[in-house]
Design a protein around this ligand. Sequence first.
Ligand code: FAD
Length: 472
Amino acid sequence: KASLVWFRDDLRVADNPALLAAVGDGAAAALYVLDEESDGIRPLGGAAKWWLHFALEDLRAELAALGIPLILRRGAGADVVTAVAGELGAGAVYWNRRYGGPERAVDAAVKQGAAGAGLHAESFQASLLHEPWTVRTGAGKPYQVFTPFWRALADRNFRAPLGVPDAGHGFGGPLAGSDGLGDWSLLPTAPDWAAGLRQAWIPTAAAGHGVLAGFLDGPVADYSEARDRPDRPGTSRLSPYLRWGQLSPFQVWAALAARRGQLPGSPGPAVFGTELGWREFCWHQLFHHPDLATANLRPQFDRFPWRQPGAADGADPAGAGAGAAGAEPGSAAGHLAAWRHGRTGIPLVDAGQRELWHTGFMHNRIRMVAASFLVKNLGIHWRVGEQWFWDTLVDADAASNPANWQWVAGSGADASPFFRIFNPQTQAKKFDPDGRYVRRWVAELLTPDYPDPLVDLQESRRAALDAYASIK
Ligand code: FAD
């Protein structure tokens, strides 16, 4: 009998326990479901779809080298998985766990359906170093503060990464039908906005391993300082590979541990390890607060007087003002459009937003500055910014994106306090001292084409603090 391995956010053949289990049974076939139907599953953004297309193409080739076919289907996960298992006459289905609320509901429904159909269903830990329900405070609660969370976790010995299965375990029987990848239209056509993404990224697992090796060979040694410098190649740029599971956190952790011994005295490896810890912490939060992307973790922020960019009723801030290109210049919709397109007149913010639009990525320090400017200086709800990042980031992550937006807004767990408002000019002096990063993205900086600042930084800061005082 065949076993089915259901791929999700784990698009790799190495360190993949679900794949190893399927192969261990004898013959394996693989499935990926594009699920835009199940309740609450968040539709992928444009940049994410672009990455997914190539990640699936790459996975298909890696699986083919092992003799394992990859079946592509569109539909509600719970229906498709049991249907395909039935079509193949499979005896078992395996997957690696996901931790979002709607995804867990789908997985539970698959387990239930499988039990009814006499199909063995089993899931594994592969995408996080910790299982969110296993790490608890002394009082038995989920962690709300990062430092003790990471202390509790970093003491644990994470398992070593698993190998690639041997070839020769492909399912030889009659295959279930598959969509063509092209049928899914994951790539933009008219207009083709992905030229910058193609220049910036090689979205394959092998490339991810190359990026990891290159980072550990060089930049990790100076990471603790260079990580804040957008004008230098100081960070790993591993986030999309981790997001799509082309690299596992176990692989990154093990490679880091091996390198750490060769860099005695350098704080870089430990600080880098802590950033992987933040990824864990974001997922810890999402697991325990499934509505992290839509609800303030601190409910006092429900009363915050946000400016509404467009929608008269303000019911859906994330969707509001989507087509605000022609909006009134001084209006919230006009400010939002200027922020999205890097025309705020604040050079560091504009550089970041243009980097994002062009490459599907923004340096972490600039994500913080750009997010702070939207939320605090422009007074626009963090959800509106979170949705823009969700649509434009190649690493758009269901946990890290909302958790970091809530961190910046001050509404999240262990968040930066609201009153700590980034000053983009001070940030630029400190972290882009020669203006190299800004000039790279804002070539017209010193010409009349460059807009005046949308708002006065001091005045808007005071207005933000007044608004905050009203909800305290
Ligand atoms: P490195 O500095 O090399 O860090 C290594 C890895 O650690 C990253 O690849 C990432 O997986 C993890 N990491 C680092 N910082 C964080 C963090 N603050 N939170 C969670 N994980 C972290 N990261 C995403 O992966 N997806 C997102 O959608 C996302 N949205 C963000 C939105 C905002 C407003 C902010 C301020 C940050 C966001 N981040 C997000 C976190 C961070 O900016 C990126 O992970 C980082 O910039 C990726 O670059 P890197 O791989 O070179 O990072």
